[in-house]
Design a protein around this ligand. Structure first.
Ligand SMILES: Nc1ncnc2c1ncn2[C@@H]1O[C@H](COP(=O)(O)OP(=O)(O)OP(=O)(O)O)[C@@H](O)[C@H]1O
Ligand SMILES: [Mg+2]
Length: 238
């Protein structure tokens, strides 16, 4: 692995009260790399993302983001290093318009880059262009998800974290979201993608990590895992 890591964690444990959820995780995302994170319900995928992002406070282990020690950092400090988060269940501002949601998120990237602005985000999501003045709560589920991704891109991230971005959406919209993920990947932004559709994850990621009860059960090149359906079946029950 030659590329520098945007995210590099080692021996990470995390707890919710007395519940020990992450049990010694090593996980790495290279610059510009797309990593798929798989595992059945409750295996710790969202907790791993939220631990990297600084949202889970009860944690131990080494967490480096863009080469900086973020082991004890707060969420805004991690965000400032260029990590954008599209949480499960979206997280847009329902009382603000589409345009306000986007502009509120706007800022330069880590090295002053401003590759992504309102115009470029709207080119990626033509549906949002038609609804610029609509309130967040007036949008369909798919449009809200697009707005959530659009907001993340407005921060000019080096790494985009998507937790179940296609959850509950119509097939046509799901297809559009995967196309956006592919487009973003093509621009060189790294990403971590959690999705129930493991086939789509294998098709869009370079590398895949499978969690089982808070541990990495399996990891490897997406092409290798796609060729080992029996092993995937064991951990994903597919
Ligand atoms: N805020 C919380 N407080 C207490 N326990 C939690 C909390 N969030 C998650 N858990 C528990 O931690 C474990 C891991 O949950 P997590 O949400 O990380 O799993 P997941 O892999 O993202 O699952 P899913 O596919 O359902 O989204 C589960 O047992 C879950 O019940
Ligand atoms: Mg989850």
């Amino acid at each position: 692995m030659s590329a520098a890591a945007i995210i590099d964690i080692a021996g990470v444990n995390a707890w919710y009260g007395s519940s020990h959820v992450l049990r010694g995780i090593d996980f790495r995302v290279g610059e510009g790399e797309t990593v798929g994170l798989l595992g059945r319900n409750g295996m710790g995928k969202s907790t791993l993302l939220r631990t990297i992002l600084g949202h889970v406070r009860e944690r131990e282990g080494a967490i480096h983001v863009a080469g900086r020690d973020m082991s004890r950092a707060k969420p805004h400090e991690v965000a400032r290093l260029g990590v954008a988060y599209v949480p499960e269940g979206r997280g847009i501002f329902p009382n603000l318009t589409v345009r306000e949601n986007l502009l509120m998120a706007a800022r330069a990237g880590c090295n002053g880059r401003r590759d992504w602005d309102e115009g470029r985000v709207l080119d990626l999501f033509p549906r949002l262009k038609e609804r610029l003045g609509h309130g967040g709560q007036q949008l369909s589920g798919g449009e809200q998800q697009m707005l959530s991704i659009g907001r993340a891109l407005m921060t000019n991230p080096d790494c985009l974290i998507l937790d179940e971005a296609t959850e509950g959406l119509a097939p046509k919209i799901v297809h559009e979201i995967w196309n956006v993920i592919a487009t973003v990947r093509g621009t060189g932004i790294a990403s971590i993608v959690v999705d129930r559709n493991y086939r789509a994850v294998l098709a869009h990621a370079e590398r895949v990590v499978v969690l089982e009860k808070g541990l990495v059960a399996m990891s490897g090149a997406a092409a290798e895992l796609a060729a080992a359906p029996a092993a995937l079946d064991r951990y994903l029950g597919v």
